[in-house]
Design a protein around this ligand. Structure first.
Ligand SMILES: C[C@H](O)[C@H](O)[C@H]1CNC2=NC(N)=NC(=O)C2=N1
Length: 94
């Protein structure tokens, strides 16, 4: 079941997710890689994690910069445990 996070739950979750913040009401992180190839290799791993979890990030890429934003469309675009679960998996891929 999908749980919308309360503000204190979100604060606790962010402590476990270094580099992530809330931007546009979405769980957000930006990475800068050495080049486009490294950035896209990371995104390929992110795609696999997203498919495994049945949950999909918004992805913005310009050359070596990648920004990922997570929210749950099925919960009125709010941040849920599905977003923190995917962010936790993505943390291990960069
Ligand atoms: C049917 C399918 O499981 C849903 O549409 C999933 C797919 N991926 C999703 N990804 C995100 N970010 N939010 C969703 O609500 C969502 N829903």
């Amino acid at each position: 079941m999908t749980e919308v996070l309360t503000p204190p739950q979100l604060e606790d979750a962010l402590k476990q997710l270094p580099g992530w913040s809330i931007d546009d009401n979405k769980l957000t992180r930006t990475w800068r890689f050495a080049d486009f190839k490294q950035a896209f290799a990371f995104l390929t791993r992110v795609a696999d994690a997203a498919e495994q979890q049945g949950h999909h990030p918004e992805i913005y890429n310009v050359y070596a910069t990648v920004r990922i934003q997570l929210s749950t469309h099925d919960a009125d675009d709010r941040i849920t445990d599905k977003d923190t679960a995917l962010a936790t998996a993505i943390q291990k891929l960069s």
